[in-house]
Ligand binder design. Structure first.
Ligand code: 0O2
Length: 236
């Protein structure tokens, strides 16, 4: 008896027909989660490499931190139900773009566009969707740059194209989004107009500060360039 037959008999004996199907689905679900985990690791490594290269050339880190998460089974089930989709492994892949999520926190606004563009240009990355909530903030004040990308994951016997959601934000945007998420996001009780207006006003102050900080950095860079040009001029 070969291994597959042996396993089939085991399943039949211990689970019966309907439970055997459930067991197979659970196995497929776990396999899919392994794939999402691997895809997240690949994208994270890509950002780490870009950060290392850029910090070597500019003596500062464009990326402050990277975090990632795989959506919990409960959130997956809830989201499929919200979308009115069947509960199946195929439906997860077809309908959910954010099972694998990675958040990249950048120092300045222009760093976001720089690293996003560098990732998008890599030849194993396919950009599926971009939502630029920095150019066009959400009505509540939320700002971030969202990308859905596909990346190939190489296993021993197959190559699996896998979707990952990437959120890129500055430290300041992340400060606002994290606190707003805690206090309000998806909580209708905190949806009062005066609270929304106050949060939106905070988002605007934060956005203005982000722009000023970038302006300060650019002025410093200009002054540094002028100094080194003067030095070089003196030497020559
Ligand atoms: P969580 O708990 O962070 O995972 P989608 O729901 O992704 O199918 P949508 O809403 O068009 O469709 O996606 P979008 O606009 O790209 O936003 C997805 C994610 O961005 C959210 O994930 C949040 O992480 C973040 N986000 C979007 N809007 C807001 C906001 O107003 N405030 C905050 N704090 N975060 C926001 P989840 O799965 O909804 O939530």
């Amino acid at each position: 008896m070969d291994k597959i037959q042996e396993r089939e008999e085991f399943l039949q004996k211990f689970f019966g027909d309907s439970n055997k199907i459930a067991f197979e689905q659970l196995k497929q679900f776990n396999e899919l989660m392994v794939r999402y985990n691997c895809a997240v690791r690949e994208i994270r490594t890509k950002f780490e490499v870009l950060n290392e290269e850029l910090s070597f050339h500019t003596s500062r880190n464009p990326i402050e931190s990277i975090s990632s998460r795989i959506k919990s089974p409960v959130s997956i089930v809830n989201k499929l139900a919200r979308l009115g989709k069947d509960l199946s492994v195929e439906a997860i892949e077809e309908n959910l773009n954010d099972v694998a999520g990675i958040r990249v926190i950048c120092s300045f606004i222009d760093d976001i566009y720089k690293v996003a563009d560098m990732l998008a240009k890599q030849d194993d990355i396919t950009v599926i969707q971009i939502k630029d909530y920095i150019q066009k903030p959400k009505l509540n004040g939320y700002r971030s740059y969202h990308m859905i990308v596909e990346v190939p994951v190489f296993f021993s016997e197959s190559k699996q194209i896998t979707r990952v959601e990437i959120q890129l934000r500055t430290v300041a945007m992340d400060f606002w989004a994290s606190l707003e998420h805690q206090m309000k996001y998806k909580k209708s009780t905190a949806d009062r107009p005066e609270i929304s207006a106050e949060l939106k006003s905070c988002a605007e102050v934060i956005a203005a500060t982000d722009a000023r900080m970038q302006g300060i950095r650019k002025r410093i860079e200009m002054l540094e360039n002028e100094c080194s040009e003067q030095k070089n001029g003196g030497v020559l």
